[in-house]
Design a protein around this ligand. Structure first.
Ligand code: SF4
Ligand code: SF4
Length: 164
């Protein structure tokens, strides 16, 4: 996995223009069964992928924390939401709560998440490849393929199975 992660940004860069063109077509003419196709490709990829050998999302990019996330996680720690914010979060350029630093504070050396059951919604949904109306998040996906080997593989499979 280390080698895959090391090569991923370069491989994503090489595919960037091809992916951009493919996503432009996808946005213009999304197939009727796109939600179903994405669900299938996502499930097939995550049957093969062991996120515990990777954790690159937790190491390199942190999630956004919604108010519901903050309330749930601070309750888990028996802290006041304001204490939790002071200790772990900052406000980013887009006015969202994000981690003060990456790798995520809650990531263990064994790649386990210490708050897995109450983790932020954004962590549960990453890399969003089973999201409905996937054509709406192609710009985000263009970035995610450089971080997440599963997202990279799913986009490669999309290009094979969706023909325009
Ligand atoms: S979601 Fe992607 S980046 Fe995160 S651990 Fe799994 S394969 Fe790695
Ligand atoms: S909260 Fe857990 S799943 Fe989310 S980035 Fe941190 S370690 Fe990863």
């Amino acid at each position: 996995m280390d080698e895959i992660l090391e090569e991923l940004p370069q491989r994503a860069k090489e595919k960037h223009s091809e992916n951009k063109k493919f996503f432009a077509k996808l946005k213009k003419r999304p197939p009727k069964n796109l939600d179903y196709t994405m669900q299938e490709l996502h499930e097939a990829e995550f049957e093969r992928m062991d996120c515990l050998t990777c954790a690159n999302c937790c190491k390199t990019t942190g999630p956004l924390f919604t108010n519901a996330d903050i309330n749930r996680i601070s309750k888990y720690f028996r802290m006041k939401p304001s204490q939790f914010i002071d200790e772990y979060l900052r406000v980013d350029e887009e006015n969202d709560y994000v981690l003060q630093a990456v790798p995520c504070t809650f990531l263990g050396a064994d790649n386990y998440c210490s708050i897995y059951d109450v983790r932020p919604k954004a962590c549960r949904e990453f890399p969003h490849t089973d999201r409905k109306k996937f054509q709406q998040i192609t710009n985000l996906t263009l970035k995610n393929v450089a971080i997440c080997p599963a997202a990279y593989n799913i986009v490669e499979e999309m290009k094979k199975s969706i023909k325009f």
